[in-house]
Design a protein around this ligand. Structure first.
Ligand SMILES: Nc1ncnc2c1ncn2[C@@H]1O[C@H](COP(=O)(O)OP(=O)(O)O)[C@@H](O)[C@H]1O
Ligand SMILES: [Mg+2]
Length: 276
């Protein structure tokens, strides 16, 4: 069946313009938009107000770290962006669809090889069978684990497991990657190497990243913008745009200087709320 063609050039031009607008607004829409978000837990009378009036945009391709003391609500906030929980007040929009997630625990399936873990993510995304293996190989190469396709999870070091977890997150092909203290359990040297890998992968993909940490230097090492959360309830206390050029190292003088300034603010937040 053939629909009558739109012969009127003005209609065609209007249609093209609409399409262009849609495409443009898709690519310029924030990767995540939080407006006046609050979150409380517990029954009335014993209610814990965890997040209060959080307004935050993550721009397309932006790398934002969310920094705060333990218990201030960082994971709660990330869960809201992931769609794993809903806010008590305000709104959370993630226009580009379901974000990819990466946690401190790698959450790989131990009965599958590294490669199969990634292929499973591709399968869930509907990638045809024949394309899965080569794509998984590419992703393993991207995280510098070429040749590890057949390795089982218990044969991999902690750092290698997190590399596979990163490859699996990238397999989801999301616009937004949410990372909750993904390197917190690694030793300092492995963490340093993974910071380099993550920076490299991020700059090559145009992904937006929202990265949660309580480690100030890690926040400054990685991000274009650091957002400091206060505690009880978690509110945005202050933000820093980080202009220090990449590649940065955690021991660089300007990373250390800015980290010292941010640590001072964080100490103030912790003193104000005690009990940490
Ligand atoms: N599902 C939940 N039910 C009740 N309380 C929760 C729940 N999730 C988190 N909390 C509480 O919210 C506060 C913030 O937790 P969380 O977001 O995990 O902090 P962070 O990740 O910054 O360490 C904590 O006091 C925690 O006990
Ligand atoms: Mg947490």
């Amino acid at each position: 069946m053939t629909a009558p063609a739109a012969t009127d050039p003005s209609t065609a031009a209007a249609a093209a313009a609409t399409e262009e607008t849609t495409r443009t607004s898709e690519s310029t829409a924030p990767a995540a938009r939080l407006s006046h978000v609050s979150k409380s837990f517990g029954p009335p009378g014993a209610r814990q107000h965890v997040l209060d009036d959080i307004t935050l945009d993550v721009a397309p391709g932006e790398f934002v770290t969310l920094l705060g003391a333990s218990g201030c609500g960082k994971s709660t906030l990330l869960n809201l962006v992931a769609g794993l929980d809903s806010p008590t007040g305000g709104s959370v929009h993630v226009p580009g669809g379901r974000p990819a997630l990466m946690f401190q625990e790698h959450a790989l399936f131990p009965w599958l090889t590294a490669g199969r873990n990634i292929e499973l993510a591709l399968k869930l995304r509907g990638v045809p069978k024949a394309e899965r293996r080569p794509r998984a190989e590419e992703l393993l190469e991207l995280v510098r684990l070429q040749g590890a396709h057949r390795k089982r999870v218990h044969e991999l070091s902690g750092g290698m497991r997190q590399r596979v977890a990163l490859a699996r997150a990238l397999a989801q092909d999301s616009r937004l990657l949410l990372m909750d203290e993904p390197f917190a359990a690694l030793d300092a040297i492995t963490r340093d190497v993974l910071h380099e890998e993550l920076s490299r992968v991020w700059s090559g993909t145009g992904l937006s990243v929202l990265f949660v940490t309580h480690n100030v230097r890690e926040a400054v090492r990685l991000a274009q913008r650091v957002v400091l959360l206060s505690s009880r309830p978690g509110r945005i206390a202050r933000q820093w745009e980080i202009a220090i050029p990449q590649p940065r190292r955690i021991e660089d003088g300007d990373v250390a200087a800015l980290s010292a300034e941010i640590t001072e603010q964080l100490r103030g937040e912790i003193r104000r709320h005690g009990r940490h």
